[in-house]
Design a protein around this ligand. Structure first.
Ligand SMILES: *Cc1c(COP(=O)(O)O)cnc(C)c1O
Length: 708
């Protein structure tokens, strides 16, 4: 198996390694590598929207030749390239095995989405970023893992908001030839095409590879000539609304993904399902074992012993249920090949409390020996939610364990903060970031330096927002009130709350508008004003979610709010970086216990942006009393939103505002900076993807390997 090469024919031999660098996302979490592309040509780096593959392909040969003769550039090139080569060749033993060097992957990780970088639009939200951060950390820890997902050319939703505040989707198609992905070729050098077993008429998939450091991610793409239009559309977008097409997506991801690994000759002993979308892959695992001569019972047992399943949400809509006739249409051949009858097969995916269809989560839970929720609280909630699958057990003795999510620190630490920590924690802190004692030294960072860094990041965020508003004004000729709604009047000296997430209704993006007059007083406070930046997308079929979004945009448009509410369009990875680094407080107020974990708050906290959050998900573990603010732990009788909104107002008025605006003679809010330090200290080690991946290895992978 090979991937297409010679993608950058114009590159001079002296800097040929730039091509290799551009094709591996390692560059995305190493600032020195990003700096190299920036040095190559600052304007073009910006124009490519930080996409080295596109940048190199668009660059005229004479500029590349000039770079290959520039001593300063070459010195940095040599240093970055040797760092990259060393990383890729490092044979450090993994957490799982003592026998170095590493052989073929041991774990196959399946996920319907991956949030790796904004140039690869294969994500909708938190689930995707969790998966993306997971792969990066597995690479850093040298864990032998291979990943499977989809190449969605149209991504999730490309968001535009009209003057009436309504979310519109603009057509967007990824240029596959100008992204850090490479086509996988067959033995004859032609694009590899894999046929998805069992489905008639057949579906074919092409395969792309993404290098995530030392981890390979393979992406399935149905948009090829061999398929009819309906089949071609299977991988067009994430989470298509049409139920049958959604089922076909999951068949392709699970069964097609398993087949693809087989065709590529990638052996794996353990499967890890990131959410239930790929659970059909387990059917292929069972079938393989039956073909090898095991009985059905033995095959099921073997699969259970070697399968890990992570459930990610208590929200009902997050669990796909397919009507039985639809399952029958696609699987009637399959259950015969397993020696199963219809009833037994369908029972594997039936939730006893709602026996109306085939539930992918119930199916995955039954067939996985290792299962977990994504925070302590979510573990408890999931055991309650699925208790009827284990009628012999109480919820307290349920088999779903808890491993709290974490974020990939090298990806989410802002480079200026990284430098500051280099100076005061230790120069090698990033390599040892899950050591708790390292973070104690945050207290030695001079207040002024931390505050100045924060202010610099805040100004940078406001510049980005203003530039976007300017473009909407000058290029798209939107009306002036939309320019204001886009954030043109935001003021960097004002206390700034950030709220960005998917506009699912349970996240209650509009909660802070519950008592409009009380909020207005805060926004328009002459001496201690408040402003709020919103961003996020609603699922295209989520009408109520779009209504909430519209309400907020209309408020942002309204002169009564004095330009202090902003809505920034088309939230994605790039803007998320600016936002979690640059606001003063990160706001989160979903209906508990719906937030299984939440990760954006961890990204903010790591960079010294404290959370104002409801006690749900990770914050139940993260809140220590002095590293942010919490509310909503009391049981509420009556109107939950009223109680939560009042709690938010009270905290802002009585705690946040006075602390933020209590500024020393040198212009530094000393009390505030202490909260920032506490936030950093308590997030850095514990809510890292490193701690998380180590836990998966220790609790699940090592044990599953015994069963393999
Ligand atoms: C981290 C991240 C998320 C996840 O946010 P939560 O709502 O906290 O789970 C979603 N979108 C983007 C762009 C992110 O970076």
């Amino acid at each position: 198996m090979k991937v297409a090469n010679n993608l950058f024919p114009a590159l001079p031999a002296r800097i040929i390694g730039l091509g290799e660098l551009a094709e591996n996302l390692w560059w995305s979490w190493h600032p020195s590598a990003r700096m190299l592309f920036k040095m190559l040509n600052r304007r073009r780096w910006k124009e490519s929207i930080h996409n080295p593959d596109k940048m190199l392909k668009d660059m005229p040969e004479d500029l590349l030749v000039a770079a290959s003769l520039d001593d300063e550039f070459l010195a940095h090139y040599d240093s970055v390239l040797s760092q990259f080569k060393q990383y890729m060749e490092d044979k450090a033993c993994s957490l799982l095995r003592k026998d170095c060097p590493r052989e073929s992957p041991v774990i196959a990780y399946f996920s319907a989405e991956y949030g790796l970088h904004h140039s690869l639009p294969f994500y909708a939200g938190g689930l995707g970023f969790l998966a993306g951060d997971y792969l990066k950390e597995c690479s850093d820890l040298n864990l032998p893992l291979v990943a499977v997902g989809f190449m969605y050319p149209e991504g999730y939703v490309s968001q535009r908001v009209g003057a009436d505040g309504w979310q519109e989707n603009v057509k967007f198609t990824l240029n596959r030839e100008a992204a850090s992905i490479a086509r996988v070729l067959d033995d004859h050098g032609k694009p590899l095409v894999v046929k998805v077993p069992i489905i008639e008429p057949p579906i074919h998939v092409a395969v792309w590879k993404v290098g995530v450091g030392r981890v390979s991610l393979y992406l399935l793409d149905t948009d090829i000539e061999e398929n009819d239009p309906w089949n071609r559309g299977i991988s067009a977008r994430l989470y298509v609304g049409d139920l049958e097409q959604r089922l076909r997506q999951e068949i392709v991801l699970g069964i097609g993904g398993a087949e693809m690994l087989q065709v590529l000759g990638i052996e794996h002993a353990v499967v890890h399902l990131n959410e239930g979308h790929a659970a059909f892959s387990l059917l292929e695992r069972i079938r393989d074992r039956i073909v090898q001569g095991l009985t059905l019972e033995e095959a099921l047992e073997k699969v259970r012993e070697t399968t890990v399943f992570t459930t990610h949400t208590p929200v009902k809509a997050g669990h796909d249920v397919f009507p039985f006739p639809m399952i029958e249409k696609y699987f009637s051949n399959f259950w015969n090949s397993l020696g199963l009858d219809r009833e037994t097969f369908l029972e594997l995916g039936t939730h006893p409390e709602e026996p109306h269809g085939f539930n992918m989560t119930a199916f995955a839970l039954r067939l996985s020996g290792f299962k977990n929720g994504v925070s302590r609280k979510h573990g408890e909630v999931a055991n309650l939610m699925w208790q009827s699958l284990w009628s012999d057990k109480s919820a307290a003795e349920g088999p779903i364990q808890a491993i709290t999510n974490g974020v990939h620190v090298p990806t989410w630490i802002e480079p200026k903060m990284e430098l500051l920590f280099n100076k005061h924690l230790s120069p090698g802190w990033l390599d040892r970031h899950d050591e708790k004692k390292l973070w104690k030294k945050i207290d030695t960072v001079p207040d002024e330096e931390l505050w100045k860094t924060h202010v610099w990041l805040k100004i940078k965020l406001f510049e980005v927002i203003r530039e976007r508003a300017r473009q909407r004004w000058s290029q798209d000729r939107v009306n002036p009130s939309m320019v204001i709604a886009g954030g043109a009047m935001l003021d960097p000296s004002v206390l700034t709350l950030g709220f960005a997430r998917r506009f699912a209704t349970y996240k209650r993006a509009d909660l802070i508008f519950y008592d409009i007059d009380r909020l207005k007083k805060m926004l328009k406070n002459r001496w201690q004003p408040l402003q709020i930046i919103f961003a996020g997308k609603a699922h295209p079929d989520d009408h109520p979610g779009k209504m909430i979004l519209q309400k907020i945009v209309n408020i942002a448009n309204d002169p009564q709010f004095a330009g202090r509410i902003a809505f920034v369009e088309d939230y994605g990875e790039q803007f998320a970086q600016y936002l979690v680094h640059g606001v003063d407080v990160w706001l989160n107020n979903p209906v508990p216990p719906m937030e299984a974990s939440g990760t954006s708050g961890m990204k903010a906290s790591l960079n010294g942006v404290p959370n104002l959050s409801i006690l749900d998900g990770w914050w139940l573990e993260g809140f220590s009393g002095d590293n942010g603010w919490a509310f909503g732990d009391d049981p509420v009788i009556g109107d939950r939103s009223l109680a939560d909104a009042q709690a938010i107002y009270q905290i802002i008025e009585q705690q946040i505002m006075p602390l933020y605006y209590d500024i020393s003679e040198d212009g530094i809010p000393l009390g505030w900076v202490q909260v920032m330090k506490n936030a950093i200290k308590q997030t850095g080690s514990h809510f890292s993807a490193r701690r998380m991946v180590k836990k998966y290895a220790q609790k699940f992978y090592t044990k599953a390997l015994i069963g393999a």
